[in-house]
Write a protein that binds this ligand. Sequence first.
Ligand SMILES: [Zn+2]
Length: 71
Amino acid sequence: MDSEIKIVNAIYKDGGDYMIECPHCGEWMIVEGDDTEEIRGEQYVHTDCDDARGWLEVADTARYAGRVAAE
Ligand SMILES: [Zn+2]
């Protein structure tokens, strides 16, 4: 089990939602926020994570990496 807070360096968008890739399990998760500035520096927990303590922090310097590619 890896319960440390992991840093996220990229923010994506899917429709109207901002998305990040969980650094613990690699799944997509939606993050609340009106724009990337609001999301940078915030801490979130991925509740669907295998690691129930899936804490992560979006880096202050995280880049906006564009739209999530359609599946
Ligand atoms: Zn996760």
